[in-house]
Design a protein around this ligand. Sequence first.
Ligand code: MG
Ligand code: ZN
Length: 360
Amino acid sequence: MKRTGLSLIAFLILFIVFIPTNQANENQPKNIILLIGDGMSFAHVQAGILASETPLYIEQFKNIGFIHTSSANDFVTDSGAAGTALASGIKTNNQFIGMDPDSNAVKSILHIASDNGLSTGIVVSCAVTHATPAAFVAHQPHRNMTEEIALDFLDTEIDVIIGGGRDHFMNRGDGRNLLEDLEAKGFHIAGDMDEAREVSDGRLAALVAPNHPPKYTENRGDLLPDGTRIALDLLSRNRDGFFLMVEGSQIDWGGHDNDVDYVIAEMLDFDRAVGRALEFARQDGETLVIVTSDHDTGGMGIHGFDPETRTVVAEWTTGGHTGLIQPVFAWGPGSEEFRGIYENTGVFDRMLEAFGFSRN
Ligand code: MG
Ligand code: ZN
């Protein structure tokens, strides 16, 4: 009798201690990792799959959807308007960063996540002030305002910044050194990936190139996959969760160059970052991983393939972007919601819903 009573009390204590925190909705992730392949359309994904000796991580996704990408003022978007749509759920004009067409600042999912106590970060293979990462952090009427965009990093509660663009923080028209401001805000500053790897707690700003880091084939190293792992190590220390955006920035540049080998090398590098995200999410169990593209670049078609040499024969319709519908791949709690055909703003809507946050 006494034993039963004690067991009952023990059971009730366990129930009270564990149920409220662990009994969150199964479809509600604690963390979201959004990976954007800039300019990564279907042909770019397929070129990577064909060229690779081994299956890509991206082939493991089961919940797949399509997004329309037009901007507020053009059927064919640029990365500023497309990044703003993914980040903030609004259609804006081409070249705009984190602003609606009337130039009102809009909060991104990164801002909303940090307002709700989550840790946040970005990892990119371009300058961190470039259009796609800027859309998650900054509010400027033109993507080329890189020094203003760098200043907006100081006004954002962000914890991990990994990419290029050091000059936009230290060699500026206004003479300021924003790295000192970041240091004052508690950031560890790293000038290369070796220094970044040594940071095991707190905030990290790893600005590993003066402007854009080099191509993968020109000795960029594992900035993207290793940066993703470092960011996950740091951000996952927050028990309330995190939001991380990772961009394979140069898939787009391979498309602009109509250079299929450039596209493939960047695609495979991006896929390794997807692998780091999936690895983390599998262990963690409370992480939603989304992989998408902001627009097509190059209008690439695949016209031939040699399985012996894994050579992809591509033809191109433009040196710019196209209005082709783009893929979305999702994995983890809440990933079923990303199936179907919808606007690029729907990626933001679904992330907000998955977190259970409101736009306020
Ligand atoms: Mg980009
Ligand atoms: Zn582009």
